[in-house]
Design a protein around this ligand. Structure first.
Ligand code: NAI
Ligand code: MG
Length: 490
């Protein structure tokens, strides 16, 4: 086992205050809240607890920077260069940022280092390249007119993110907003404010002008709600629970804010008997257990064709028993703790529901140790579509295996949900794979792979899994307003 040095375990936390108009300031109320390390339940530090007054100040700063500052009007290529500079500074500090992420969220250091932070850098670089490629069109309208469109930044955007990928969600939100020339008021999740605050410091160091990025840590119903209600905010980009999104949608109606939502899922992952089973089993394991099962697109309904069902369940069980659960700072660890007690309790409650509803525990189902929010990789077989573990988003390391017989049945059952974020299919039959991809109602479909993300590929939900898209050109478009200009040529 690798030796874990004290410096890796305890990265230095330097930013714990609100970041408003380029200044680091305590909350107006003077209040703070604790953020904890979920593997030990120890307090890492106190963080400023922002509320309405702080949000008001942050919106004023963002408004000023948007309406009167240089940001949205500077040469687009220069704006792109500043985003590149931010990516460079994150790259310079990538080990420390990864350690902060692991400390605050509990995710394994190997994931923070090899997935989260590299994806952050890649996302920012991708959008840096877009800054000077946001183009309008010329339109041949009737009459003697010259008609063209402009894509303008939407204005001040309020960004509210969850705790499952704190740094990456920050990059997904900042990248397109900055490229478009918007200014930002962000509220990180109360469980995990630290990496976002560090990134704000790096943005300042990169030379992104004061007021362009503002961060107000705090709770949802206070700081979050204040952003949503503020008339000076033009758009809300939110990632989190569907129930929260519905509150936001109602509150935002008053000021007609533009909205994009990235919500939950109960994504079907389908293994046909003709699949490469080695790849499918490893893929199904990864699809659910990655990030402690705390993924909006987790492959949480695993449909397995009858003929290979027993073999797949057996091999998934073996794979689970092999999974290394423990100290997230150990580079060998594959699974860390859940993010907090509320999530931990919710997961164990669903394990009880599974048993009560008649599913069979194949592996796991219990807490690991007596300190920290660790849950065994849990596998249920004999799950039917009506069980709570097959319908609700559990957001933990609990995989449900369901049996199926043929392709028509599987499309219907895949779609029998209000969610529609992602789906995957494992088969060697190309036509069958594409038929499934065309008929499943989900924003992303993976064929013979899972969780393949790229900043260039749009991501988002059908149905109650979301509104609008993030990443790619589509994600950028959601940070712009389209203006039509018509000129008389006479
Ligand atoms: P949540 O939706 O309550 O929190 C996400 C963010 O929204 C946080 O920053 C929170 O402070 C903020 N927020 C909460 N209430 C708000 C309000 N009224 N106005 C404005 N902002 C508000 O999600 P939570 O409670 O952390 O997790 C609950 C469940 O949601 C999880 O068990 C999981 O099923 C799902 N979830 C889904 C995520 C996804 O990536 N789709 C991410 C996190 C949670
Ligand atoms: Mg909540």
């Amino acid at each position: 086992m690798a030796t874990i040095t004290e410096t890796v375990r305890r990265p230095q936390v330097r930013q714990t205050q609100c970041f408003i108009g380029g200044k680091w300031i305590p909350a107006a109320s003077g209040k703070t809240f604790e953020t904890i390390h979920p593997a030990t339940e120890e307090v890492i530090c106190e963080v400023a607890e922002g509320d309405k007054e702080d949000v008001d100040a942050a919106v004023d700063a963002a408004r000023e920077a948007f309406d009167h500052g240089e940001w949205s009007k500077m040469d687009a290529r220069d704006r792109g260069a500043l985003i590149h500079k931010l990516a460079d500074l994150i790259e310079e500090e990538k080990d420390e940022l990864a350690a902060i992420e692991t400390l605050d969220n509990g995710k394994p250091i190997s994931d923070s280092r090899n997935a989260d932070i590299p994806l952050v850098i890649d996302c920012l670089r991708y959008y840096a390249g877009w800054a000077d490629k946001i183009e309008g069109r010329t339109i041949p309208i009737r009459g003697n007119y010259f008609c063209y469109t402009r894509r303008e930044p939407i204005g001040v955007v309020g960004q509210i993110i969850p705790w499952n990928f704190p740094a990456l969600m920050t990059a997904w939100k900042w990248g397109p907003a900055l490229a478009a020339g918007c200014t930002i008021v962000m509220k990180p999740a109360e469980q995990t404010p630290l990496s976002c605050l560090r990134m704000a410091r790096l943005a300042q160091k990169a030379g992104i002008p004061d007021g362009v990025i503002n961060v107000v840590p705090g709770y949802g119903p206070t700081a979050g709600a204040a952003i949503v209600k503020h008339p000076g905010v033009d758009k809300i980009a939110f990632t989190g629970e569907g129930a929260t999104a519905k509150i936001i949608q109602r509150e935002a109606a008053e000021t007609m804010k533009r909205l994009t939502f990235e919500l939950g899922g109960k994504s079907p992952n389908v293994i046909f008997a003709d699949a490469d089973l080695d790849a499918a089993i490893e893929g199904a394991h990864f699809a659910l257990y990655f990030n402690q099962g705390q993924c909006c697109c987790a492959g949480s309904r695993l449909f397995v064709e009858e003929r290979v069902h027993d073999e797949v369940v057996d091999r998934l069980r073996e794979r689970n028993l092999d999974r290394k659960v423990g100290d997230p700072f150990d580079p060998e660890t594959q699974q860390g703790p859940q993010v907090d007690e509320a999530q931990f309790d919710k997961i164990l409650k669903y394990v009880e529901y599974g048993k009560k509803d008649g599913a069979k525990i194949v592996s796991g189902g219990k807490r690991v140790g007596d300190k920290g929010y660790f849950v065994e990789p849990t596998l249920f077989s004999g799950v039917t579509d009506d069980m709570r573990i097959a319908k609700d988003e559990i957001f933990g390391p609990v995989l449900s295996v369901l049996k199926f017989k043929n392709v028509d049945e599987i499309v219907k059952r895949s779609n029998a949900t209000n969610f529609g974020l992602a789906a995957a299919v494992w088969t060697r039959d190309v036509a069958k794979a594409h038929r499934y991809a065309a008929n499943v109602r989900a924003g992303t479909v993976w064929i013979n792979c899972y969780d393949v993300f790229d900043a260039a590929a749009p991501f988002g939900g059908f149905k109650q899994s979301g509104l609008g898209r993030e990443l790619g050109e589509a994600g950028l478009a959601n940070y712009t307003e389209l203006k039509t200009v018509t000129v008389s040529m006479t």
